[in-house]
Write a protein that binds this ligand. Structure first.
Ligand SMILES: Nc1ncnc2c1ncn2[C@@H]1O[C@H](COP(=O)(O)OP(=O)(O)OP(=O)(O)O)[C@@H](O)[C@H]1O
Ligand SMILES: [Mg+2]
Length: 401
């Protein structure tokens, strides 16, 4: 039941007297309509006995109840004030008696009793506030559900890559002459993909819960991680005539990584590059080792990114030039990299080709501490100080089918 803001305060006895003197009593049986939406509005009502439900159509068939009023509450005042047709329907929920005061009388009473006007306006503003609050709650819920829908779309899309890797691994072991080593490798691929998919589901839950999952950093051999990563991504890229090349070898260092979430960054960047190179091309990985961080540069031979697109690249749901893009890929990458206390940026080469660059702190303390302000993009590595890591052989090339 709506609180007393809809009631004429008993203390305003002269207002009540005024209302009663000017009202005519009307009785409505349970279920009878007092007024309908769209009807011209000619009166204000005060409930003497019973309960009144206010509802409106919110679709061709759907009716929503907005309020239920009881004894002492008034209703129907908005249309009386603005003289527009009723925007809602009032129905007696039980046998009900109301005092009905015509619009002319209401206006005359306003002129005579500013107190009545103030009381009504107070109730009116309270009602708008309640409506605003409810509308906001519904909007938030609606947005949350829309977000879940978009994430469902994104996760289905993101499952493509691990699923095709699992398929590849399954093919590998089903070949009669598969060696023990190949079987072990296929097994490892499947295990990692399953973990990755579980991680992706976690991402969705994390986003929709709007609370951030804590990053789980474990000291990891970076070069091994990259080699495994590339080995996983190459078959899918090769199927789209895209070659993944290591321009420099991943440095042999041990750094704090979230092994479940970081692969998502690589797969999103690679998939984006593949998407913009429908006729095939190259994706080149460069690694730059600094004192405090390792920088990973992912370049492609696609068309590059125009400045207006560049400005929104990391915005959630920003997608451009794709019919099925959710626009979440890069915003998720940014989040994951930043959860590692690294940074990510994008640029475009003059002659075409995009460059996505991100950093990962080398030490657990750095990864755990807040990113230092003042240094460009959080990096303390001017180009001159960086040292390129040396080229090494890669386990991944075995999988380049
Ligand atoms: N390597 C690239 N070259 C050119 N444009 C790119 C590249 N990577 C991303 N983009 C542009 O950035 C946009 C946003 O990328 P993002 O990964 O966030 O979303 P998406 O790829 O559109 O959707 P989804 O990741 O769900 O498939 C893309 O739609 C594309 O226009
Ligand atoms: Mg993408």
């Amino acid at each position: 039941m709506t609180p007393s803001t809809r009631r004429i305060p008993v203390s305003s006895s002269h207002v009540l007297d005024l209302l009663k003197r000017n009202a005519r009593k009307l009785s409505f049986r349970k279920g009878r309509v007092i007024f309908r939406e769209g009807e011209s509005s000619d009166a204000l009502y005060v409930i003497e006995q019973g309960i009144v439900e206010i509802s409106a159509l919110i679709g061709p068939r759907e009716r929503r109840v907005f309020a239920t009023f009881g004894v002492g509450d008034y209703f129907g005042e908005i249309a009386v004030i603005d003289s527009k047709p009723r925007s809602a329907t009032a129905i007696a929920k039980v046998d009900t008696v109301v005092s009905c005061i015509s619009r002319d009388k209401v206006w005359r009473m306003f002129a005579r009793s500013p107190r009545l006007l103030v009381t009504m306006m107070h109730g009116f503003s309270q009602r708008l506030r309640e409506f605003d609050h409810r509308y906001l709650q519904e909007l938030l819920q609606h947005e949350r559900l829309a977000l879940v829908g978009r994430f469902a779309q994104s996760i289905i899309h993101d499952f493509n890559s691990p699923l095709s890797n699992i398929g590849f691994a399954a093919d590998l072991v089903s070949e009669g002459d598969a060696t023990h080593k190949e079987k072990t490798m296929a097994n490892a691929i499947i295990r990692r993909q399953v973990d990755r998919m579980a991680g992706m589901i976690g991402e969705v839950l994390e986003f929709t819960r709007s609370s951030r999952r804590r990053v789980v950093l474990t000291m990891t051999s970076f070069d091994q991680f990259i080699e495994e990563m590339v080995a996983e991504l190459r078959p899918g890229a090769a199927r789209k005539s895209v070659a993944i090349e290591l321009k420099t070898s991943p440095p042999r260092i041990t750094i704090p990584l979230d092994r479940h979430r970081l692969p998502h960054v690589f797969s999103n960047l690679v998939r984006n590059a593949i998407d913009v190179m429908p006729r095939g091309g190259r994706i080149m990985l460069n690694f730059i080792l600094g004192e405090r961080e390792v920088i990973i540069r992912v370049e492609d031979t696609g068309p590059g990114v125009s400045p207006d697109v560049l400005a929104h690249l990391f915005d959630p749901f920003f997608t451009h030039g794709k019919s099925h893009g959710t626009g979440l890929g890069l915003s998720i990458c940014k989040r994951i990299v930043e959860d590692h206390k690294g940074w990510i940026s994008a640029s475009s080469k003059r002659g075409g080709g995009a460059i996505l660059t991100f950093s990962l702190p080398r030490s657990a303390e750095l990864a755990a501490s807040k990113r230092r302000k003042g240094s460009k993009n959080g990096s303390d590595l001017p180009e001159k100080r960086v040292k390129e890591s040396s080229r090494r052989g890669r386990l991944g090339s075995r999988l380049n089918i």
